[in-house]
Design a protein around this ligand. Structure first.
Ligand code: DAH
Length: 374
């Protein structure tokens, strides 16, 4: 075959190759080890110098033409494949966008925010204290000296003493209630402002007790309240609790019953019950618990701060008096949002969370920004 015919044949085979694989087969047939053009190149070795001069340029020219045609065809096939893929992959902008998973507030966070907001309206600041506490703040300064029976009632998680513990090092524990924040706040305020009080705080947070059943978990949440000022009396306590509970449960008919009780850190101490009435088969908070078919639900502990506790807080009990209260936050959430098993709060089951969780965007809370309430 002469070179012109060989060239025309090669170019038409290259043009006919429909994909990368077919093109590669053509390349091997022409330029591979046993390819027809390779064979032609090999014949040059046996040529006389005159013949090589006469035919050489045409043979080399053929190789270059074919190589260039192979490259051009390869590029054309690649861009055709890309175009076909792009055409098949068009984005339909009219389809709804895939949903982005959105975080939500745990009911406990929600309720803590609601409480902080309600108490902020009454001038209370939020105070905090450590969850790993020492027994002086958790017990002694709250008028529970070492052998006090109330200590045993708290089922405390104590930390084991380290082997090299100093004899006078404090016994550490997981705080059993938020009440030690009362002591820490009084001492802190006294250290910053000579004279100390007045002060109004709430202290929400985690507390720990060695206890577990449908209504008790080893970790749970409380909120502590403390007011210290001149001339504070039980009337202030009752008004504050009533105002708070009406705002929290969003009912004007909340009725409180104060029952004498005992806590080492308050004197006198009162247990606060809230009246409930029947709403169909369900008990609903609100109304006079003494009415027929109604009753009282024990809700929280409170009282006038014990003089000894005021003194442990670094304040003069002759000058200052105050009230305090402690409530279970989880319990408040269960009552307000009709949840019946406390343990579900801390299982971390995503289905439960999705069912009960609050959207930080829908509900006006501190987390969502106080200003979001129109
Ligand atoms: N600390 C108590 C408890 O965990 C609750 C309590 C009762 C707190 C009376 C108070 C209070 O501040 O005055 O059982």
């Amino acid at each position: 075959m002469d070179i012109a015919a060989l060239s025309a044949d090669a170019l038409s085979r290259i043009a006919a190759a429909g994909d990368g694989e077919a093109l590669e087969a053509v390349r091997v047939a022409l330029l591979g080890k046993a390819g027809s053009i390779s064979a032609l190149l090999k014949t040059m070795g046996a040529m006389s110098p005159e013949e090589r001069t006469a035919r050489g340029p045409a043979i080399h020219g053929l190789r270059e033409t074919v190589t260039a045609a192979l490259t051009a065809r390869k590029d054309a096939l690649a861009s055709a494949a890309l175009e076909a893929r792009l055409a098949g992959e068009t984005v339909d902008l009219t389809l709804p966008a895939p949903e982005t998973p959105r975080g939500s507030l745990h009911p406990v966070s929600q309720v803590m925010d609601e409480l902080a907001e309600i108490f902020a309206d009454m001038g209370f600041a939020v105070a905090t204290g450590p969850e790993i506490e020492d027994d002086w703040h958790n017990f002694t300064a709250l008028n529970m000296p070492e052998s006090h029976p109330a200590r045993a009632m708290h089922d405390t998680f104590y930390f084991e003493a380290a082997e090299d513990r100093q004899a006078d090092a404090p016994q550490m524990l997981l705080r059993t209630h938020t009440s030690p924040v009362q002591i820490r706040t009084m001492l802190d305020v006294v250290s910053r402002h000579p004279g100390g009080a007045p002060l109004r705080i709430i202290a929400p947070g985690r507390v720990y007790r060695s206890d577990s059943d449908a209504t008790h978990t080893p970790m749970f949440h409380q909120i502590e309240g403390l007011v210290i000022d001149r001339g504070i009396h039980l009337g202030h306590l009752k008004w504050t609790l009533e105002t708070f509970l009406k705002a929290f449960f969003k009912r004007d008919d909340i009725v409180l019953r104060l029952r004498p009780s005992y806590f080492p850190f308050t004197e006198p101490s009162v247990e606060v019950d809230v009246g409930w009435t029947l709403n169909g088969a369900r008990r609903a908070l609100g109304g006079d618990g003494d009415a027929p078919g109604c009753g009282w639900m024990e809700l929280l502990g409170s009282g006038m701060v014990n003089r000894k506790v005021i003194a442990f807080g670094g304040l003069d009990p002759g000058e200052w008096s105050g009230f305090a209260f402690g409530v279970g936050v989880d319990r408040l959430a269960m009552l307000k949002y009709a949840m019946d098993d406390l343990r579900a709060f801390f299982d971390g089951d995503a289905r439960w969370l999705a069912h009960y969780a609050f959207s930080p965007l829908d509900v006006p809370t501190l987390s969502a920004g106080v200003g979001s309430r129109a």
